[in-house]
Design a protein around this ligand. Structure first.
Ligand SMILES: Nc1nc2c(ncn2[C@@H]2O[C@H](COP(=O)(O)OP(=O)(O)OP(=O)(O)O)[C@@H](O)[C@H]2O)c(=O)[nH]1
Length: 883
């Protein structure tokens, strides 16, 4: 048997001979070198021993092979992907090239077409002008302008061309038929014609004159008859003329080129200058935006976001985004909402379209648009007093608490004299001030917050200890939490026998309001608003909370803040209670608040005293505004009252446009509503009142009215007198104007009369509600009422030609008319409901059958009548609705 050598065996195992010799040594098998031979017995021993190695190696090789194959497959995949990508890109590129080529071709075509058009037009004009000049023999007047010079050049060219043609023709003619006939008497004429030609070698400005004389010469020649002219030109004069024509042409051509070049250069320069200017402007604007953003601590990544006012029209958006309106209209069309240029877009549509255009937009509500952002240097900030709102369930003691607070620190004798002068109050405690907003409840708080007015620093949640947590308690908690305002709980009415302050604490934990003593975040104070117990402790808690909040503001700047309340006062005009958030407000300051502006004529503090200035956290009543601002409007003082007026005017104009747009345009949302409720009638209202409260109260009652059939729309409401704009709006939207404690001014009254707009003024809400209800009911569809007319019993049935089976009846009750509807009732079940087809009394047709009469009744499309059936007759009456 052949012996196996070590190196063959090693090869078989994929190892070096040295490695194999190592293994052999381990197994005590004698072998010296790679060429040593091994006995078969040893070989089988080696194989047995090295089997695991062989297996492992095989597995390794297999794995390597697999990995290689995988890598190759992956490579191939990547390669294929890359190729595909390349192919797509190439395709895209080709597509783009094709598009570009097409665009270029079209542009070239267009350019050629235009050039051709221009050329034709110029030719036509030149011909006309040449013709005109030919018949006009007056010399050109005065020094021509640059453009008229060009015109002249063109004209002269035409004339010269014309003359050259004429001359060529003449030449041909004279060479042909009358080549030898050169008359002697024609030399003078030739000289005559040559003389002006020679003198025509003049500057361009005079060339016209020379030309004209030549033309008139030609004309004279024409008048004198062609014969005299033909062949009259001698060789020299012709040469002189041709030389002159050549020279002139050359000069004119050069002049024209120079002029064209100059104008080309100037437009090119102008264009470049314009582009440079625009670029500089854009850069400056961007720089300004960045500076402002840094100053206002804004997010710089938001800089590219375009702010779009809510309700913007298609053309507004196009302008803001700097894109052609068509781009937007096209996208709207694709979105299935075709709109015209002047139609408003919904927030969603604005965002969708902008997104599609790859632009970032922020739809700004009116409040956001009207709000200002300020930046203060931290060094300028000084501590300010806290502003507090009291919230809680109805009857838990909000008013009583505010009352008790107002009496704090007031001597007993003074107490009776305290009146709530303005919509906010201030109390002094431990030498510090706390400001309270006097419109308690979360509704106002949230309404203000919704308008962007963040005035409250701390909420006092009042909970009656005898009543515990009630629905509005929970609402108040939610509202305060949503605004991220800390809550201090005043557990009230602890003087009451059933009071259980601990139960209140327990219940509140469920809503995440947990007493500090239990490890929570909220301070709890037991009070009795009625007995004025615990009030000081409550106020001290407010100060503690304020310390935690580290409330600060810069008092040494122009004032800004929020309107808490606005009203129209008979004697004093527009009156607004404002809360200063920043800066100091002075009498005489020019300010804008919402749509109103004016100079502060007078200021009244919460105690009713006139003051000349108000700092951060101070509430004051101000007089002097042009109109009544709304609660929640932001106010801001301007250095210059012209600026204030401009801003207010801009806002007022915008508000008016928006209001009109709102009335005119159907939005996506209400379009469907309107279609679905085609049956619903609308009662449009414009409400004007002397105080915001009346508007809210009326609106509240209106909202509660049944609107299933007549929808009541308040299309506009505001504090202030009824003015002409209201009438215009009412006219445009078919609305009634309701006034509370306000009257229309003379202009409005006149406009209303002319337009037929109804204005109703009231002093009390319920009267207005009564009238509106009546109007609403008047608009209701009349009700259909079934009136029973008679009852008959079927005695027998019989056949009637054409009608089929008819009933022989006896009328038991009432009177049945042939126009009545009937029900056929069998054993209490209605088997037919329809109309009477025929009615007879004996043989004759009858219009009706009275009680006790017998007759025949046939039913429309119904034969299954049986003796014993009852016929109930009725008619439908329409009755005007009373509700
Ligand atoms: N016994 C007792 N009664 C109180 C206390 N505080 C308020 N009340 C009474 O509770 C009732 C409601 O008090 P208001 O202060 O009007 O409560 P409110 O929360 O302002 O009520 P609305 O304005 O209707 O939401 C009044 O009759 C108060 O006299 C109190 O501490 N103890």
């Amino acid at each position: 048997m052949a012996k196996t050598r070590v190196h063959d065996l090693a090869k078989e195992y994929g190892m070096t001979s040295k490695e194999m010799l190592g293994h052999l040594a381990d197994m005590k098998i004698p072998a010296k070198s790679a060429s040593s031979t091994l006995e078969d017995a040893y070989v089988s021993m080696v194989r047995k021993q090295l089997k695991p190695i062989l297996d492992a190696r095989a597995a390794e090789i297999e794995a390597e092979k697999r990995a290689e194959a995988e890598a190759k497959a992956e490579e191939e995949r990547i390669e294929a992907e890359r190729a595909e990508k390349q192919r797509i890109e190439a395709e895209k590129r080709r597509e783009a090239e094709r598009a570009e080529e097409e665009r270029r071709r079209k542009a070239e075509e267009e350019r050629r077409r235009r050039a051709e058009e221009e050329r034709l037009a110029a030719e036509k004009k030149a011909k006309e002008e040449a013709e005109k000049n030919r018949v006009r023999d007056t010399a050109p007047k005065s020094v021509p302008s640059f453009s008229s010079l060009l015109d002249q050049i063109a004209q002269q060219e035409q004339v010269l061309k014309h003359q050259a043609e004429e001359a060529a023709q003449k030449k041909a003619e004279s060479k042909g038929s009358r080549g030898g006939k050169r008359g002697s008497g024609r030399g003078g004429e030739s000289r005559q014609s040559a003389a002006p030609a020679a003198s025509g070698n003049a500057p361009a400005a005079n060339a016209g004159a020379a030309n004209d004389s030549e033309r008139s010469d030609g004309r004279r020649r024409g008048k004198k008859g062609r014969r005299g002219e033909e062949g009259g030109e001698d060789r020299y004069s012709r040469m002189a003329r041709e030389a002159e024509a050549y020279n002139r042409n050359k000069v004119l051509e050069e002049a024209r080129e120079a002029v064209e070049e100059a104008s080309r250069e100037s437009t090119g320069r102008r264009k470049r200058r314009k582009e440079r200017r625009q670029k500089q402007q854009a850069e400056a604007e961007q720089e300004k935006r960045i500076e402002e953003a840094i100053a206002n601590d804004q997010d710089l990544s938001q800089l590219d976001t375009v702010k779009v006012p809510q309700g913007s029209t298609v053309s507004d958006l196009a302008e803001l985004l700097g894109v052609p309106a068509n781009d937007i209209i096209k996208r709207l069309f694709l979105l299935g909402t075709p709109l015209t240029l002047t139609e408003s877009m919904s927030d969603d549509l604005i965002e969708l379209v902008a997104d599609d255009l790859g632009r970032d937009v922020k739809v700004m509500t009116k409040e956001e648009e009207n709000s200002f952002s300020f930046y203060d240097n931290p060094e300028d900030l000084k501590p300010r007093s806290p502003v507090v709102t009291v919230m809680g369930h109805v009857d838990h003691g909000k008013t009583s608490l505010l009352d008790a607070i107002r009496h704090t620190g007031v001597a007993a004798g003074e107490a009776g004299g305290i009146t709530q002068a303005i919509g906010a109050s201030q109390v002094q405690i431990n030498g510090r001030t706390i400001t309270f907003i006097d419109t308690p409840g979360h509704e106002t708080f949230t309404a203000m917050r919704a308008r962007g007015a963040k005035v409250t620093d701390i909420v006092i949640l009042i909970v009656a200890a005898d009543d515990g947590v009630m629905p509005q308690t929970v609402e108040s908690i939610n509202h305060a939490k949503a605004a991220d305002v800390p809550i201090i709980v005043a557990v009230n009415k602890i003087d009451k026998p059933g009071a259980n302050p601990d139960k209140v604490r327990q219940e509140l934990t469920e809503y995440g309001v947990i007493p500090e003593e239990w490890g929570g975040q909220n301070m709890f104070v037991n009070i009795s608003a009625k007995k004025k117990q615990g009030i000081d402790e409550l106020l001290e808690s407010v100060l503690l909370e304020a310390d935690v909040l580290e409330l600060k503001a810069n008092p040494d700047t122009f004032a800004s803040g929020y309107v808490l309340e606005g009203k129209l006062d008979r004697g004093r005009g527009s009156v607004a209670t404002v809360l200063v958030s920043r800066g100091t407000l002075h009498v005489g300051d020019a300010l804008v608040a919402g749509l109103s502006y004016g100079r502060v004529r007078a200021m009244i503090d919460p105690k009713g005293n006139p003051v000349t200035e108000a700092g951060p956290s101070d509430p004051v009543e101000i007089l002097g505004l042009s109109s009544v601002p709304n609660a929640g409007d932001e106010f801001r003082v301007f250095q210059d009252d012209r600026e204030a007026r401009d801003l207010a005017d801009q806002r007022a104009l915008k508000a008016r446009i928006e209001e009109q747009n709102r009335v005119k345009h159907v939005t996506l949302e209400n379009l469907f509503d309107t279609m679905a409720d085609a049956d619903v009638k609308e009662l449009n209202l414009i409400i004007k009142a002397d105080v915001q409260g009346s508007i809210e109260a009326l609106q509240d009652s209106l909202d509660k009215m049944d609107q299933s059939e007549v929808r009541i729309n308040t299309i506009h409401s505001a504090v202030g007198a009824i003015n002409e704009t209201d009438v215009v709006l009412a006219d445009a939207s078919n609305a009634i104007i309701i006034g509370f404690g306000v009257r229309p001014d003379a202009k409005a009254r006149g406009a209303a009369e002319r337009a037929g707009v109804e204005i109703r003024c009231y002093d009390v809400i319920y009267k207005a509600l009564e009238d509106l209800d009546a109007a609403r009911i008047g608009m209701l569809k009349p009700t259909e009422v079934e009136v029973s007319t008679g009852l008959a019993v079927v005695l027998d049935t019989f056949k009637v030609p054409k009608v089929g089976i008819a009933a022989g009846v006896r009328v038991e009750e009432g009177e049945i008319a042939n126009s009545d509807s009937v029900r056929l009732v069998r054993d209490g079940i209605v088997v037919y409901n329809g109309k009477i087809a025929s009615m007879r009394h004996y043989k004759d047709e009858a219009k009706s059958l009275r009680g006790g009469m017998e007759g025949g009744i046939g039913l429309e499309n119904f034969q299954d009548i049986k003796p014993g059936d009852q016929i109930e007759a009725y008619r439908i009456d329409q009755v005007a609705r009373t509700e």
